[in-house]
Write a protein that binds this ligand. Sequence first.
Ligand SMILES: Cc1cc2nc3c(=O)[nH]c(=O)nc-3n(C[C@H](O)[C@H](O)[C@H](O)COP(=O)(O)O)c2cc1C
Length: 374
Amino acid sequence: MNFWRNIPRPIIGLSPMDGVTDASFRYITAKHGRPDVMLTEFVNIQSAIYAPELLLKDFTYSEIERPVAAQIYGKAPELFYRVAHIVGELGFDGLDINMGCPARKVAAAGCGAALIREPALARAIIRATRQGLQDWYNGQTLQQVGIRPSAVAAFTAANRRQTATGAMPDRRLLPISIKTRIGYDQIVVKDWISVLLEERPAAITLHGRTLQQGYKGKADWDAIALAAEIAKNSGTLLLGNGDLLDMQDVYRRVRESLIDGVLIGQAAEGNPWLFAGKEQLKQAFRGAAALTPQPAVTRAQRFDVMIEHSRHYESVAQNHCFHGMRKNLLWYCRHLYGAEELHWHMKRVNSADEVERILLSSVPAGALLTLGIP
Ligand SMILES: Cc1cc2nc3c(=O)[nH]c(=O)nc-3n(C[C@H](O)[C@H](O)[C@H](O)COP(=O)(O)O)c2cc1C
């Protein structure tokens, strides 16, 4: 039931990024990199209940992403209780609570990283969520917790689409994890992590920045190491997060901080292959292999995945226009040189067919050599 415990350490997962790690991004990353765990983009608990179509856009996933945890945020414990039922019903492997988002619209409303200053409320949220997962596991239905029949029907239909056999997933008791930061305006790791540990979540992911830092400055890995020390032998896994670029980086940080694993975010943009190096890294930890740099991705591989990603993006029912795919295409191209023309096109493409046509014909052969590749 607690999938976190079954992953060989160090755990190397994909960090959630709202507006980035959507269903297609996760599918492509799972297929070409296989992270140990995936978290969805975060979903507001109010919209989860009152606007199910918004929830389903972010909570669509493919079987190859497993284990996959749904991430939610908010501040009302009773809504967490109800949304826990939805997360269970949708067949996820885990539920992650966001207590780390610094965005104004989230934190100013008392959600995300603002909860670092509200430890009693944070604990009440974890407890309500756990109770919700338990009651759903014991057979309580979505209708019984007041979810509208039309929303229940939408969730059931979504479920049928995403399970391989069409059968409803079995009820399982899902583990809770927390993703948070090292503080609000100053580092409070000792107190904050101790508070969270009292609720015994399966895992805590700690981004090494305060809310006030946003995404500026550097992640403080000493603070993450301190958290790992506090969490040691608690039964809760401690994952570090922030500024990791490749498996060499992960290796160094895991060794120095004695964490149980990491989540990687921005380095995976346009780079689903990043996670393919994780098996070698795990072998290196067991002393069974040396850690060598990953082989460079060829131009042909890159183009194939750009087309595949574009086609998948179009296949997701909730993606009504292609604009959201363009940023991915630009990320895929960023390590190519002589690619000004390609960038120009990728900023304007409107379909997967167009991407394919541009990549296969418009670009003069040999004009887009991956850096370092002859
Ligand atoms: C565009 C963007 C969106 C993000 N959305 C989320 C989110 O929905 N949930 C969450 O827990 N963290 C979110 N984060 C934070 C990342 O998961 C991660 O903690 C942060 O980017 C640091 O890790 P990195 O240096 O590996 O990217 C987001 C970050 C970015 C840049």
